[in-house]
Each structure stands twice: as C-alpha cells, then as structure tokens.
Design a protein around this ligand. Structure first.
Ligand SMILES: [Zn+2]
Ligand SMILES: [Zn+2]
Length: 353
C-alpha cells in the first residue's frame, strides 16, 4: 500500500530511482556487518545497539527493550529490501523485557519479525488502535494511549505524541489516526526517548520535554531527506531532528532510520552528511550526537551521567570501520575483549502480512 501511495504521489523520476535501487538490492545480498561479540554492558547506565533502521536494542541497567523490531530481509513484501544485514541476530539477543512498536508502517511493525521473536518476548506495546493489526501471539500485546504509561519490572514506558500517519495499508488512513506514537523509557532514574517516525512538531516535543525534563538519550530518525515535499510532512531530516533534540532538551542523540532499506532516494551517507552539516551550522557539539554504524553501540556509563557528554561508542568495525560508516568521531581507544571501544574526551525474506 505504501507503494501505491508512492505511485500516486511521487514524480516519475523519483519512482524510477526507488525502483532501480530495489531491483539492484534484490539482485544483491545485504552487506555484511561485523557484529559485536558481547552486546550486554554490565555496569552501563544506558547502552544502545543499532540493529538497523528503527530497531534499537536498548539496555537500561539490567533491562532490555527492543524498538520497532525488524529482522526480515524485506519489508512490505518484495519491496524495500534490506541493504545491510541486522546488527545482531535474533538468536543472540539478550533476554528481553519488552518490545515497542511506534506505528503500523511495514518498516516498523514487521509481523514476520515478531514471529521470530515470539518465544523470546514477554510483552509488546503498541500505540492506540494498533491491536487490530495483530495476529494472536504467545506474548502479551497491549495498546497505550498518548501520555499513558505501562509498568513492567520497574520499567516505566509512556506513549508520547509525534506527528506521523497511523495507517498500515493506506485505505485505513481515514480511521487509523491515533496509531503512531513515540515512547519514553524510564528505569531507575534513566530516561530514553524513542521517536519512531515523526515530522517536526515543536509543540509535541516541547510538551514531551515539559513532562520529561531529564532525557538522557533521544533516538531520532534523520531520513528520508529527499524529496522534501514528500518526506517533510511525515519525517525528520537531520536539521529537524537536531531541532527536536534541542526542543526535548536531551543530553545525547542517536540518529536512526537511514541507510538500511532501499525504500527512498537518499544515496548512502546522504542523511548523515546532512546531519553533520546541520550540526555545524547549528553549533551542536559533536560529543552529544552519536552516529552509529549498524551493529555499533553507544554506551553511557553511570559515571558520565550528569557530567556532560562523556560516552563510549563500541564498533565491531573498529575506529577505521566506524569512520567509513560515517562517524567522524570514532578515535582509537583501548580494546576491551575483542571489541574496540572508544572514549570521548570529557568535554530474511518475509511474506507481506
Ligand atoms: Zn512511518
Ligand atoms: Zn519508517
């Protein structure tokens, strides 16, 4: 259905680019990533592993949450093929406490991925109205209305407002108006914001910041960037994501939703280049925005919280690989086990379902 919307709303040249990218992607295998051997970070306040697209493995102390879990090779049928493999295999995931789905689009709600996660997942949270799309699973599935919270094992998860479409198929757009949300994750005084997909909505971000004044990390999408008249009404580009980050008054930002699937026209590296340009123009410190490669991890040690932007990035690629992936701030650091860690200075094919 997303494809149908594209067909009716995009210029022919844009459609041609998207179709060409998908044909190329269909003929090639997803690029391999070197995965971290150990993803659990004992003693960390917060650790975020980018699995790809909007899928983040969020560790807050001893709790593990998966956002918008997508582990399939395609989303929405044969279209939108994965360009890069996932940053972790399903079988290597730690014991999960929760999974969160931000909205019903195929690149965020992947029923094929939930099939694979079924035996590992105790509970899934959806935005209001999302339950109608769910088959029966062994895990609990609950809807959460905006500003309502759910507690589980000390975790407090709150649905927070974003501006995005709630439909899944297009024809359901008329009545699916409430099923897109951001999520706020809180545990033992640590707070992580996950936007899902959203357009820039200052009012929503300021209202969220007013209720959650101590956000440690904001996970924000930065693509698609092009074409603007199609992307901007429902997605953030790098500049808008940075403004959202400032509105939210979060301490750190981790970008997502780029360079994973062939379903836009942004060339590889374009969204992060735009993000960096905007960081320079807006004077936002590089120590606060952490651009991960898929499979890379952002680690916020307990000692770094409240002392400014001290953090660590773990990349299975090492500093050179991370730089290739687009981060300008990975630097050589002490190795820990087989994983190169860096410190900052103080200042599968799935049927369409
Ligand atoms: Zn979406
Ligand atoms: Zn999306």
């Amino acid at each position: 259905m997303l494809l149908l919307l594209l067909l009716t709303s995009l210029p022919a040249c844009v459609l041609t680019t998207i179709l060409r990218r998908n044909v190329v992607a269909l003929l090639s295998k997803p690029r391999r990533v070197q995965r971290l051997e150990h993803v659990e970070r004992p003693g960390a306040a917060i650790a975020l592993l980018w699995v790809g697209h909007a899928t983040m493995l969020v560790q807050i102390e001893d709790r593990f949450i998966l956002t918008d879990p997508v582990f399939t090779e395609t989303v929405g049928g044969a279209f939108s093929r994965r360009l890069v493999e996932t940053g972790i295999a399903v079988e290597n995931l730690p014991a999960l406490d929760l999974a969160l789905v931000s909205h019903m689009h195929f690149d965020h709600l992947s029923l094929g991925s939930l099939d694979r996660l079924e035996s590992r997942l105790p509970q899934l949270l959806l935005p209001q109205g999302g339950l109608v799309y769910m088959p029966r699973y062994h895990f609990a599935v609950d809807e959460v209305k905006t500003w309502q919270s759910v507690e589980r094992r000390g975790l407090r998860i709150t649905a927070v407002p974003v501006r995005h479409e709630g439909f899944r198929y297009g024809a359901d757009a008329a009545w699916m108006t409430t099923s897109a949300t951001g999520w706020m994750l809180q545990y033992r005084g640590k707070t992580v914001y996950f936007a899902g997909d959203t357009a820039y909505d200052r009012k929503a971000f300021l209202a969220t910041a007013a209720r959650f004044p101590q956000i440690d990390v904001a996970i924000l999408p930065i693509a698609p960037v092009e074409p603007p008249n199609f992307a901007r009404p429902s997605h953030l580009d790098g500049r808008e994501a940075l403004q959202a980050f400032l509105d939210l008054r979060a301490k750190h930002m981790v970008p997502m939703h780029f360079d994973t699937f062939a379903h836009g026209i942004d060339p590889k590296g374009y969204a992060t280049r735009k993000l960096r340009e905007a960081m320079q123009e807006m004077g936002i410190d590089e120590e606060r925005v952490h651009i991960l490669p898929i499979g890379g991890q952002f680690v916020l040690p307990e000692a770094a919280r409240g002392e400014g932007p001290q953090a660590q990035l773990s990349s299975p690629l090492g500093s050179a690989g991370a730089a290739r992936e687009g981060s300008s701030r990975f630097s050589s650091g002490p190795a820990a086990a087989s994983v190169r860690r860096t410190s900052f200075p103080s200042s599968p094919s799935t049927p369409l379902r």
